[in-house]
Design a protein around this ligand. Structure first.
Ligand SMILES: NC(=O)c1ccc[n+]([C@@H]2O[C@H](COP(=O)([O-])OP(=O)(O)OC[C@H]3O[C@@H](n4cnc5c(N)ncnc54)[C@H](OP(=O)(O)O)[C@@H]3O)[C@@H](O)[C@H]2O)c1
Length: 259
């Protein structure tokens, strides 16, 4: 069997890094993308003898996805699985949020994910084989006061993936949205929620657990998968509540999460 190739964005930390470990062990050739090149090279060395290509890139820059696509073409790298994992959050009142950070969230969480999928899908469809995996969140299902932009970007990711999954029926390519709840990774330090009560608790899943869940779900070609039974119940129950009530509850939860 030919070696399959996966491109994982945000592989320098957290879920993306663990997913690289899981997929390398299962025989995938990997293309790892993030800004922190030293961490990507260290991971590539750790994963040897797996074939790993490192591409250091800031996905918040305009045309980043196009640049990445051109690099893949130049290097003759064909992608079987695209894992749009890179993402970041921010915790603040919307009108006090740093505009640069807001732009980065929009670009990394939505634009880069959308453009990369658009650029890589035609080849997958032509070969009748491929996986698009988008790391969404439990946040995709609610409005998120105090993390308003982050939640909205993740709602976009879920909506896009669900629509794409329908369009892709009978093409041999699947689209999957993974929806983790709070997960131990670098995410909380970046978003400013790392001192939140409960974040150090052992009940918070680690990135490896979510990575294994992501890989298994991808192989099953499931469209939407919420990680963790508690969050599956939560997402189900909140369908029966007024959205304004859900938004208020999320706001209350987020108000105790700031540092
Ligand atoms: N952890 C959670 O509680 C949680 C819950 C639900 C969903 N998620 C989602 O899971 C995904 C992975 O997050 P994580 O928890 O693993 O967080 P993490 O440990 O902070 O990892 C985020 C990754 O995204 C990359 N990234 C951020 N900005 C980037 C940019 N401008 N250009 C290129 N890469 C960039 C980072 O690499 P560099 O900094 O090296 O660029 C890093 O590798 C995200 O989409 C996040 O929204 C996380």
């Amino acid at each position: 069997m030919n070696t399959r190739t996966a491109l994982i964005t945000g592989a320098s930390d957290g879920i993306g890094m663990e997913l690289a470990r899981v997929m390398a062990r299962d025989g995938w050739r990997l293309i790892l993308v993030a800004r922190r090149e030293d961490r990507l090279h260290a991971l590539a060395a750790e994963l040897a003898p797996a074939q790993v290509h490192v591409i250091a890139l800031d996905l918040s820059l305009e045309n980043a996805a196009q640049k990445l696509f051109e690099t893949l073409v130049e290097q003759g790298l064909q992608i079987d699985a695209l894992v749009n994992n890179a993402g970041l959050g921010d915790h603040d009142l919307f009108w006090k949020g740093d505009p640069t950070r807001i732009r980065a969230m929009l670009r990394v969480n939505m634009e880069a994910l959308t453009e990369l999928s658009r650029l890589l899908l035609p080849d997958m469809i032509e070969r009748a084989h491929g996986f698009i995996v988008n790391i969404a969140s439990v946040a995709s299902f609610q409005p998120g006061p105090l993390m308003a932009v982050y939640y909205a970007t993740k709602a976009y990711v879920l909506s896009l993936t669900e629509a794409l999954a329908i369009e892709l029926r009978s093409t041999g390519v699947s689209a999957t949205a993974i929806c983790p709840g709070p997960t131990r990774s670098g995410f909380q330090a970046v978003a400013g929620t790392d001192k939140a009560p409960g974040m150090s608790g052992s009940r918070i899943p680690d990135s490896r657990e979510v990575a294994v869940f992501t890989y298994r779900t991808m192989l099953r070609r499931k469209t939407v998968a919420v990680h963790g039974i508690a969050f599956r119940v939560l997402v189900f129950v909140e369908r029966f509540l007024p959205r304004s009530t859900v938004a208020r509850l999320v706001g209350r939860f987020q108000s105790v999460r700031s540092t």
